[in-house]
Write a protein that binds this ligand. Structure first.
Ligand code: ZN
Length: 296
């Protein structure tokens, strides 16, 4: 009987995923966010976005269709509502989150991004480096913009330069949720050598601004730490990590140890359980070596 039950569960899993490998999670998933009436989390591989369904239409965020079709995301929205997709909001200008939005544009969505994201696209275009399937923003945000649609309010807030110079925090004031992509990882060190960042210290300031906003749950753009949502404590931990890293690298820079000796010698044992610690700490140190050792 037990074996029979297991077989049925396995067959159901195969039917749901189209794969016989019990190790591979399905490529996409859509979940209504607990405790909300209309906020959904859409995951595509290792990237995720939120969309908000209102009686007057849908506010979608990052198309996340870089090297993937946009259709599964649109299908996920259509599976829960027949209302039109009114907006697509970009979290920041990096292609892996925002390229490939044309099918949303074809459905009539208005694209919104931080003003600097649009400037970056135009610079990239001039250099012939803009991916052809990036949709230009129709509207831009400077420090703050509020979208109200069908009784739902979504704030788009700029907290300064961090992982990019155009990252927007998307805050749902009623639900006390923020959607934050890439700049506040959960239990994870920073990405590689913290690229596209002009000032590591401004990065820390932007995390402090994020921590000061009114929210209870943070939905990230990648499923970190088993896919859980972030808390204010996670942001405090990110700040502590960057401050500890900065202090250690400053000492090493003052002692003339940047770059290679610092990258080999510095250990931050407090964070050794964090994601990417083994593979990424050296590159994180390198970024702060540039800052403390060279001034850039
Ligand atoms: Zn990014």
């Amino acid at each position: 009987m037990k074996i029979m039950k297991r077989l049925i569960v396995l067959l159901a899993f195969i039917a749901a995923t189209g794969s016989a490998s019990a190790q591979t999670p399905p490529q996409t998933s859509t979940k209504k966010v607990d405790g909300t009436e209309n906020v959904y989390l859409f995951r595509y591989g290792g990237h995720q976005s939120i969309f908000i369904v209102t009686p007057q239409g849908v506010i979608a965020t990052d198309p996340i269709s870089y090297l993937r079709p946009a259709k599964p995301y649109i299908d996920a929205i259509k599976a829960v509502t027949d209302k039109p997709i009114k907006y697509v909001v970009y979290s920041h200008h990096h292609y892996d989150h925002i390229a490939g939005g044309k099918p949303f544009k074809d459905l009539g969505a208005t694209f919104i991004a931080h003003k600097r994201a649009k400037e970056r696209f135009l610079e990239l275009k001039k250099q012939n480096a803009l991916l052809p399937d990036v949709v230009m923003p129709d509207e831009v945000v400077d420090n703050k913009k509020t979208i109200t649609l069908g009784g739902t309010t979504l704030e788009l807030i700029y907290v300064g330069r961090n992982h990019s110079d155009n990252s927007l925090v998307m805050r749902l004031p009623k639900q006390k949720i923020v959607f934050v992509v890439d700049f506040a990882p959960i239990e994870s060190i920073q990405f590689r050598n913290i690229p596209d960042n002009l000032s590591p210290l401004e990065y820390i300031d932007s995390l402090k601004k994020l921590a000061a906003l009114d929210w209870e749950r943070m939905i990230p753009g990648h499923p970190y730490a088993g896919g859980r949502f972030g808390t204010k404590k996670d942001i405090q931990d990110d700040i502590a990590y960057l401050e500890d890293l900065s202090a250690e690298v400053k000492k090493a820079a003052d002692a003339g140890k940047c770059f290679d000796p610092a990258m080999k010698e510095i250990k931050l044992a407090k964070y050794e359980k964090w994601n990417n610690y083994e593979t990424g700490l050296g590159a994180n140190i390198e970024r702060f070596c540039y800052w403390w050792g060279r001034g850039y």
